[in-house]
Design a binder for this molecule. Structure first.
Ligand code: AHG
Ligand code: MN
Ligand code: MN
Length: 333
């Protein structure tokens, strides 16, 4: 039973004990992610300072080359997962191809692959607005002991074993699911420990927030235009409130706590949508469903889509169940 203020370490041990036949590999994997998240958090927090300390010659105070934060986050997550010998493969939004982990004592013996968006909302970094990290974990489908293959990564979202995100916000939180509800942990930066602050997170019954980049309105499909007009109509609880941060993690996090829907539809400029199925939509969809919400591409469940390529994009409608169903109604007309 999850206890508020329990540390993430205690929570993992306790939950591991509840699955007597599991090897502990997944627990160790989540442990590596919480470590990498702390390292990235530290860097995100001094994003403004690095410019100052590194002003001369593009190097920071340790003499290392300065890097863009998304590249840094990508490297830290990959490094941590590789050093701890905890996964057999990694796919990232920042890499063209997947990475095969090899050259270790237990070569290709780990059963999990990780897919991630190491830094989500990167346009917000320079302006001190919340960004995030998204991760998704699958059991490999090819035999242990052999190098991972593309098919290990191209699995539909309903095959996910775990998924989560880190939001580097006013406080830093790690929110994840292993298929038994969603739990949120807040980092105490002084101690470097994560505490269970949001046990068993659920979307509230009613949602009144819609999050969409309305600047693209003219390029939206008619169903989305109609839904936006519906949100703005004066009737009952409507008009709804419009909130859009431009970082999926932050928009989703707020909507899950307060009740709302996030929409990134197809546009005439992005005919397949903008968000990536494997790194962004599937993990958020898993969390949404575990929190009593829904995720759709406007017509069908996100987690039922059979991926065709690593960097595949899809339209994304995610949030309170009723709101997602409503916009699906408009899309179907
Ligand atoms: P990323 O920073 O990983 O490229 O993702 C940005 C995504 C998502 O987080 C955000 O909601 C969306 O792009 C914003 O797109 P627009 O600027 O087109 O609204
Ligand atoms: Mn992203
Ligand atoms: Mn990104």
């Amino acid at each position: 039973m999850a206890k508020k203020n329990q540390t993430l370490g205690e929570f993992i041990i306790e939950n591991q004990a509840a699955f007597p036949f599991s090897s502990g590999e997944l627990s160790r994997l989540i442990n590596s992610i919480r470590l990498a998240a702390k390292v990235v958090n530290h860097e995100v927090n001094k994003a403004g300072l690095v410019d100052i300390t590194g002003a001369a010659g593009e190097t920071n105070i340790q003499g290392e080359d300065q890097q863009k934060l998304d590249v840094y986050a990508n490297e830290k997550f990959i490094q941590t997962l590789t050093n701890r010998e905890i996964v057999c493969g990694i796919a990232s939004e920042e890499n063209d191809d997947f990475i095969t982990i090899s050259g270790q004592k237990n070569d290709h013996q780990n059963k999990y692959v990780v897919l991630m968006d190491p830094l989500d909302g990167s346009s917000n970094i320079d302006v001190n607005v919340s960004v995030g990290t998204i991760f998704s974990i699958y059991r490999r489908v090819t035999p242990l002991g052999t190098p991972v293959q593309l098919e290990d990564f191209l699995q539909p979202g309903h095959k996910q074993v775990a998924a989560g995100y880190v939001v580097y916000g006013t406080s830093t939180m790690l929110v994840y699911t292993t298929g038994h509800g969603v739990n949120g942990f807040t980092l105490n930066p002084a101690l470097g420990s994560w505490y269970l602050s949001h046990p068993d997170m659920k979307f509230p019954e009613d949602g009144r927030i819609y999050s969409v980049n309305e600047g693209n309105y003219v390029h939206f499909p008619q169903g989305v235009k109609d839904y936006i007009k519906y949100c703005q109509q004066e009737e009952g609880e409507r008009p709804y409130t419009s909130r859009y941060i431009g970082s999926l993690v932050s928009d989703f996090h707020r909507n899950m706590i307060k009740g709302g829907i996030y929409i990134y539809p197809t546009t005439s400029k992005a005919p397949d949508g903008k968000l990536r199925l494997l790194y962004e939509c599937n993990p958020m969809a898993y969390i949404a469903e575990q929190a009593g919400g829904k995720a759709s591409d406007g017509f069908r469940r996100i987690m039922d889509i059979e991926p065709k390529e690593l960097h595949q994009r899809v339209p994304f409608f995610c949030g309170n169940s009723e709101m997602v169903e409503k916009v699906e109604d408009f899309m179907a007309r």
